[in-house]
Design a protein. Structure first.
Length: 203
C-alpha cells in the first residue's frame, strides 16, 4: 500500500505531559497474563478519563459478565490509584484525580471512596427482569462502592409498543406467549435500545 507523508500531526503532544511522570512504567518481570491485561486496561481507562476531562464513568450494571467485568475493572483502577497516591505518594496521579473531580484539596480515604466519586451505575429493569438480577447487581455496586441508581423503564417500553401497535399488522409476542423467535428477539432488542437511550440521558 503506498504511503504519503505530510507535515502535519493529529496529536496534541502538550497533553502527554512529561512521559517520565506516567505512573505505570513498562515491566519485563514475569507477571500473570491476566494481571498484565487488567493493568493495560486500567491504564487506558485512567488515561482516557484524564485526557477527556470527564467527571467519571456511567455504567448500566447487571449481574451478567459483561457489565460486571467493566465494573470490577473500574474498581481495580480505583484500587491502583489509591495505592499510588497513599503508598507511593504519586503526586501525578493525585493531581490528575483532583482535576477529574474538580476538587483541588481532595485526598482519598479509601479505594471505595474513589469509586464512589468516579463510577455511577444504574439498573434499568422491566417486568421481565427477576428480583435476583437486581439484588446481584446492587451487591456488586455496594461491594466496589459505586453510586447506584434504580430506574424502571417498564412504562417507556409499554408506551413504545402502544405507539406503534396501530401501524403494525402483527402484535409481537415472546416465544413463551406463542410468538416466533424473530418477534421474541425484536422485543428483547427493543428493551436493550431503550436502556441505551435512557443511559445517554442519565449520563
Amino acid at each position: 500500500m503506498p504511503t504519503v507523508f505530510i507535515e502535519e500531526s493529529i496529536c496534541n503532544y502538550s497533553l502527554s505531559d512529561n512521559l517520565e511522570q506516567i505512573w505505570v512504567k513498562p515491566s519485563y518481570l514475569s507477571v500473570p497474563t491476566e494481571l498484565e491485561m487488567c493493568k493495560n486496561i486500567i491504564c487506558w481507562l485512567f488515561d482516557y478519563l484524564r485526557r477527556s476531562r470527564a467527571s467519571g464513568f456511567f455504567l448500566l450494571l447487571s449481574w451478567w459478565s459483561d457489565s460486571s467485568l467493566v465494573a470490577w475493572l473500574v474498581a481495580f483502577l480505583c484500587r491502583h490509584m489509591y495505592n499510588e497516591i497513599v503508598e507511593k505518594e504519586n503526586e501525578f496521579v493525585l493531581n490528575e484525580l483532583r482535576h477529574i473531580l474538580k476538587k483541588d484539596d481532595y485526598f482519598p480515604s479509601s479505594e471505595k471512596e474513589i469509586c464512589g466519586q468516579i463510577l455511577f451505575t444504574a439498573y434499568l429493569p422491566t417486568e421481565f427482569n427477576s428480583p435476583d438480577s437486581k439484588k446481584r447487581a446492587r451487591a456488586i455496586a455496594e461491594e466496589i462502592g459505586s453510586q447506584w441508581l434504580d430506574v424502571s423503564i417498564q412504562k417507556i417500553y409499554e408506551e413504545f409498543l402502544k405507539a406503534i401497535d396501530k401501524d403494525l399488522w402483527i402484535k409481537p409476542r415472546f416465544v413463551d406467549d406463542w410468538g416466533t423467535w424473530e418477534e421474541d428477539l425484536s422485543l428483547q432488542h427493543l428493551q436493550s435500545r431503550l436502556r441505551m437511550t435512557t443511559n445517554y440521558f442519565l449520563s
